[in-house]
Design a protein around this ligand. Sequence first.
Ligand SMILES: Nc1nc2c(c(=O)[nH]1)N[C@H]1C(S)=C(S)[C@@H](COP(=O)(O)OP(=O)(O)OC[C@H]3O[C@@H](n4cnc5c(=O)[nH]c(N)nc54)[C@H](O)[C@@H]3O)O[C@H]1N2
Ligand SMILES: Nc1nc2c(c(=O)[nH]1)N[C@H]1C(S)=C(S)[C@@H](COP(=O)(O)OP(=O)(O)OC[C@H]3O[C@@H](n4cnc5c(=O)[nH]c(N)nc54)[C@H](O)[C@@H]3O)O[C@H]1N2
Ligand SMILES: [Mo]
Length: 705
Amino acid sequence: MTELEKLRRAKIPCPETGITVKHTLCDICTPENHCGVDAYVLDGKVIKVEGTKEHPHNHGLLCTKGAANREYIYRADRLKTPMRRVGRRGEGRFEPITWEEAYDEITARLTKIKESDGPDAVAVFSGYTKWYRGLLKRFAYSFGTINYGTESSVCFDATMMAWLATTGSFAVPDMAHAATYIGWGYGPHYSSHLAVGEMQEFKARGGKLLIVDPKITPAVKMADLHLQLKPGTDGALALGIARVIFENGWQDQDYLDRFTVGQEAYRRECDKFNLGTVEQITGVPRDKVVAAAEMIAKGGPACMHQSASPITQHRNGYQNYRAILALLAVTGNYDRPGGNLPIVHSYNYQAAGFQTREREYTGATRLQSIHTPIGAGRFPAWDLFQDEFQAVELSQQILEEKPYPIKALLGFGMNLLMFPDTAKLCRALEKLDFFLDVDLFSTPCTRYADIVLPACTSFERGEMRVYPSGHAFFTKPVIDPLYDSRSDTDIITDLAKRLAPQDELLCRGYEAAVDYMFQDLSVSVDSLKASEFPVLVPEAAPPQVGLTLANGFPTPSGKFELESSLLAQKGAPAVPSYPEELYHPQGNRKYILSTGVRLPNTLHSRLHNVPVLRSLRPEPMADISMEDAARLGLSRGDSVRLTTDGGSLCVKVNPTSAVLEGTIHLFHGYEEANANALIPADWLDPCTGFPAYKSIGCDMEPCAG
Ligand SMILES: Nc1nc2c(c(=O)[nH]1)N[C@H]1C(S)=C(S)[C@@H](COP(=O)(O)OP(=O)(O)OC[C@H]3O[C@@H](n4cnc5c(=O)[nH]c(N)nc54)[C@H](O)[C@@H]3O)O[C@H]1N2
Ligand SMILES: Nc1nc2c(c(=O)[nH]1)N[C@H]1C(S)=C(S)[C@@H](COP(=O)(O)OP(=O)(O)OC[C@H]3O[C@@H](n4cnc5c(=O)[nH]c(N)nc54)[C@H](O)[C@@H]3O)O[C@H]1N2
Ligand SMILES: [Mo]
């Protein structure tokens, strides 16, 4: 082997090999992470990825998913060109067309529908991808429709809405000053790997960790106390813990008296949950409930993990989460050092400690309409706090045409396997007059589209990111867009020029939009582009502790609302409650099925087709307890039929001591075992409309493979 061959094989970046290292980010998972990535590029191809050591957020670390970026961007099923459907909807037969042909057809079809049925008959939807959303939302409003909706209809926003009703502002844990950490539904090793290091430091300082989780996870192994509750019973547990605190006089009565409203009504709710009741509902032994109460109330300043979604994805999820939040008031841990500190999201779902004009940009062109957005009037918390449509109601409105018809859908990164009752959504997509889907890959959803457009990945585009440290990063493409793909924001801008030409700022595209939003700051797209790494924005400042307590909460009463006046006005339960008879997940079925608890090698539907990650769990598998496996005579790899009120499917089992007897865990996004085929369309939290993905009654019986 020559010296050059050796250098190339070792992927050494230097002039001889022609290998260069360029900096970008991983956008496979949640914007909370979006780690810096070093891409090793040879002849316009990415040949290797590593974490960026100079990146202020991930400091060179990458998780399983991030390390698979090369295989992700080169997935064999990348869309190559714009396409027009030639077969039946769902069949997946397409012909390639040019971008111009695609744009002409989209423009003609949408213009016609706007004329015949009005602009609100066109719905604009974004899946999990978030980077283009500011532009997409403004495009929807400038086109004239009020129907802009996203995957946030099922994700973090229920958590956010619980904070808004309770304290008026979202708040993050002040780990640096806390003595106790409440890890309620906390699984960072799989869902948010950078948080693990923070937890290790916290433990090394002597901090105490409480974990409330139905599964035994890597985080449980770090815990001082683990409450292994049945999925979705969190409300009963939180109210029971509060009752123990009150009975022992451990509450911060001064905080409760000065800063909260609704104490009496809340205490009446807590009184319903004595230790026997709590144990019977949740399965958590009474001594552990008492120990948790003591740890939270007496263990020094306590802060809690904000939990993205597993607490709220239950039929009583919103109230369960509010019941947990109430513990911060009972123990005086909101807006105090070591507690949870209020912050505001400043750009693209992230808090960076500086203000931007994002809301002004996205909302400026929203028109008045005689209609309300899809799903309005059905879910009180959603109505109070959201301006988007509630996407779980999309299929219903397309099919029923009530209160008015939806005829066209523009999907960006839409994944139909995300929605409960997938079959119903497929029927709805079949009924549409026009469906555009923009994606990186050929998916079950693109198969229903009339026109499919190929988007490019974060490696092939430039995009703006902000980080909690106050940093902003404007990336540059590290390779050209693959095939004939384009960035989402270029696609939106091109469509805007045809369908909303009057919106001059929108038609100037993404960089103009970012500059508009950042105009009050001393950084701009150009100044950020000049840097290879994230730049600290001078205006960024850490949250100031105690301001809310001094100036009043941004709620109608100016206080921490244990009893929410806004929810009361909407006829929703104003005090956190757990009416078991209403939310019992099992019905007459034997098991509780929880779908979608995160696994290290999966991200929704995105990574099932990435060979290296697929190899870690080659097939979809339901995790079941050793006890249930023994009783049914099942070994690893045997098949079972799972049946719920929503449907039934066959899947292999993975017996494990990590899950509770009587529970079944199945990850979602697999076409061959679609968890959401088991969730009925109406299995929703009535406050938020969020699907109860994580607790539904299920039967299980062995079946042929
Ligand atoms: N690997 C991976 N990472 C991801 C994602 C992914 O698909 N894969 N998705 C991203 C997205 S969109 C989101 S929203 C976040 C979600 O991120 P997280 O909120 O962290 O979600 P999970 O990891 O599913 O759940 C965290 C822990 O909550 C536990 N849990 C499940 N049900 C309950 C319950 O009823 N009560 C309690 N107390 N605990 C429960 C789970 O067992 C798990 O250990 O993850 C993000 N990160
Ligand atoms: N049963 C069950 N269902 C769930 C959950 C659960 O826990 N259980 N979790 C829910 C949660 S919290 C969430 S956030 C949702 C996830 O919501 P989904 O929207 O289902 O998430 P993904 O599958 O990651 O991505 C959607 C699509 O976006 C495409 N895509 C990726 N990057 C880009 C891009 O840059 N541009 C474009 N145009 N497309 C892109 C992907 O190829 C994919 O087809 O799922 C929800 N559904
Ligand atoms: Mo999510």
